[in-house]
Ligand binder design. Sequence first.
Ligand code: MRU
Length: 358
Amino acid sequence: MRSSPEQSPSTLRWDGGIDGCLWLLDQTLLPTEVREIECRSVDDVWNAIKRLSVRGAPAIGCAAAYGVVVGLHGMEHVPSADFAARLTDVCDYLASSRPTAVNLFWALDRMRRVAAELPADTNSSDRLARLLAEAHAITREDREMCAAIGRHGAALVPDGAGILTHCNAGGLATAGDGTALSVIFAAAAAGKRVRAYADETRPLLQGARLTAWELAQRSIPVTLICDSMAAIVMREGRVQLVVTGADRIAGNGDAANKIGTYSVALLAKAHGIPFYIAAPSSTFDLALASGAEIPIEERDSSEITHGFGRQTAPAGIDVYNPAFDVTPAELITGIITERGVIAPVTADNVRAMIGGAR
Ligand code: MRU
């Protein structure tokens, strides 16, 4: 366990070989405490995803991949049929942790597929080693995709731009530098003067607790605003660009992201400000024709009535708490992927950039 911001641990890291364990930076404690949690069982990983100790679509996928390895501990010497049955149970269980980010299901599918493709006589210990190698590959590729998204996105950032972002799509949400924040980091690294505006992102404050913290750690100028202030900062000409991440993008380009993203996109449209989504190909779900088919997670009412320890609403009040909303493709100026920028956002352009090559 480490405890000072100067030595910030990675969002996630694997320690050891096939009998190793997953360490996660516990994001529920940020920004006041920097502490890692050790995941030695599949329950540890499931709970970490469910309670948002690890969150953000790509990071959830990486954590789940390592969760599969953790969930197969003790199975190194069992017959392959027992290994396969346990693998199915572990993947199904991890898939039940959160419904919206498709990266979770994408990563678990990769894990199931590599196991299924191994020769029938592969022993369980070698199967586990192959699964660990796949989890490492998923994590390494995510890091590379973040870097490529940053390179493509930086070109869209005018010098001197104010860039509004919502929730956290940074290094804390991925294995690398993030998606939306990677664009900001890359623009700053290219010498552009930028200022980020971080929506605080009710109800769980990922913008205030995570994005503001992460940008400040990297010495990027950042101004924190309440979600309800997005319109005024646009009106005042402080924002030239909006960039957010996504949890799942349908075949027509409709994009689910943290609740409130849709409102930001509408505001950007009203003020003539370009609105970009930054997301890797692993966030696309081409099996879905439109965003109407994306499952939206609903979370506990206490996140709204008792946020961060204090009751702020009448006891027993009816609450609706969807964790995500869908921004329709027509409000999205472009989707910045590791392969390039999809613009305009149409089903044909999504298919041309993403289709077939996942
Ligand atoms: O509920 P969260 O914190 O997991 O929601 C995260 C987001 O909405 C992010 O914007 C999204 O996952 C993209 S992360 C690169």
